[in-house]
Ligand binder design. Structure first.
Ligand code: HEM
Length: 301
């Protein structure tokens, strides 16, 4: 029987089969070419490990800051995420220092207690919804604790966060853009109120706030927007990581048996489970010059 010639791989991150299991199509993309143009997303898809490492490490050729290519960045997006080294260093170190100033073992203990008491309450129920009743409240509690803010009501917050996450696919579905803008505004208001609230500053945000009080408005804006990224990015990745991890364990009960027999393996297993089915499927960079990836010519921008 004749085999059909291989055509270009069709990659739609939003189609049901890809959402259920993105790895077969990513594997096909890896074999097809080092860089595959995607019309809908208007970008090159880079999927091979060595190419990804190169793109992420070479800040000269691959930019995060669109202003390096003469493109504007809205004021509300000025966070650590749009900065490249060396401009990134002051904002990054402000947050890293704040992180290391926190009592991380105490935060960990608190999160563990929260998880244990939620599981104890759920164990009597015949069935329960893992994302809504476990992953979302644990992730929100952990990130609010770290930042030092009172957690907003979990269902309201989950809706805002989910709308923001979905709007990141606005290039593929324009209907997602406006709800995303509104949700981002809601989140900005929430973070701004934590920044301006009177009283003793707590947690990581308290540390950041204390160090930016006398800084110029530009520095303070970067700090506030980075806090927003941390709140939203920390919560959404943590929630999705817990969900993916539970899903993997449910599909591979043998792993669960091994972990029950050897609980010392759990910390290593968590790292591996997050790597095995990660909650983030991509990130972006802009080509800062005409360049090649493998044998593919990529134009500046
Ligand atoms: C399994 C969990 C997580 C994964 C897989 C993950 C993944 C990522 C990825 C892929 C990026 C973009 C990096 C780039 O393009 O260079 C990023 C950025 C970021 N993440 Fe996470 N993240 C996780 C958890 C968290 C948590 C818990 C926090 C906050 C407490 C957080 C805060 C941030 C911040 C502030 C940035 C922007 C900083 C920067 O780009 O340098 N992330 N993360």
């Amino acid at each position: 029987m004749d085999t059909l010639p291989a055509g270009p791989v069709r990659y739609d991150p939003l189609d049901a089969a890809t959402l259920a299991d993105p790895y077969p199509v990513l594997a096909e993309l890896r074999t097809q070419s080092p860089a595959v143009w995607h019309d809908g997303m208007e970008c090159w898809l880079i999927t091979r490990y060595a190419d990804c490492v190169r793109v992420l490490r070479d800040h000269t050729l691959f930019a995060r800051d669109p202003r390096r290519l003469g493109r504007a960045v809205p004021d509300a997006s000025l966070s650590v995420q749009v900065l490249d080294p060396p401009h990134q260093a002051p904002v990054r170190s402000l947050f890293m220092t704040a992180l290391h100033q926190q009592d991380l073992p105490a935060l960990q203990h608190h999160t563990r207690q929260n998880a244990a008491s939620r599981l104890a309450a759920l164990s009597g129920k015949p069935s329960w919804e893992a994302m809504r009743e476990l992953a979302q409240p644990i992730a929100l509690g952990a990130i609010a604790d770290l930042l030092g803010v009172t957690p907003p009501p979990v269902q309201e917050w989950a809706q805002v966060s989910d709308t923001i996450m979905r709007s990141m696919d606005g290039g593929l579905d324009p209907d997602l853009i406006e709800p995303g803008r509104l949700a981002r505004q809601q989140l900005s208001d929430l973070v701004a109120s934590s920044f301006t609230t009177t009283g003793r500053p707590a947690g990581l945000l308290g540390h950041v706030r204390a160090r930016t009080e006398n800084a110029g408005p530009e520095h303070a804006a970067y700090a506030m927007h980075t806090a927003r990224v941390m709140f939203q990015g920390g919560y959404s990745t943590l929630t999705a990581a817990i969900g993916n991890l539970l899903d993997t364990l449910a599909r591979g009960p043998d792993v669960l048996t091994v972990l029950r027999e050897r609980p010392g393996l759990v910390p290593l297993a968590v790292d591996e489970l997050v790597r095995f089915d990660g909650p983030v499927q991509g990130t972006t960079r802009l080509a800062a010059a005409d360049l090649t990836i493998g044998d593919v010519a990529v134009r500046r921008g």
